[in-house]
Design a binder for this molecule. Structure first.
Ligand SMILES: [Zn+2]
Length: 92
């Protein structure tokens, strides 16, 4: 079988998709969220406001790929960072 593109799961809608359709963010050991590759546990979200918002308002407990429980407040904070990044990209 042919090698397929890496598949990641979106933390917003929960669907699996090719990695290139998703934005990666990393949770540093300091608990801060960083967009892009970095040290620490990563998670992925679709480059779509709907998925970012779904992540922000999700009640589904721990983010499995991060192995932590992300509080509602932190989700909203993360969502804002991702949304700002998406907005910047669409302006370019
Ligand atoms: Zn999604």
């Amino acid at each position: 079988m042919k090698q397929t593109a890496p598949i990641r799961q979106c933390v917003g809608c929960g669907q699996r998709d090719e990695q290139r359709h998703l934005v990666r963010f990393t949770l540093g050991t300091d608990g801060a969220l960083h967009l892009g590759a970095g040290n620490g546990r990563g998670a992925y979200c679709h480059r779509q406001p709907a998925c970012v918002r779904a992540f922000a308002t999700s009640r589904s407990g721990p983010v499995r790929s991060l192995r932590i429980v992300v509080s509602r407040e932190m989700r909203a904070h993360y969502a804002k960072i991702i949304e700002q990044d998406l907005a910047q990209q669409s302006e370019q």
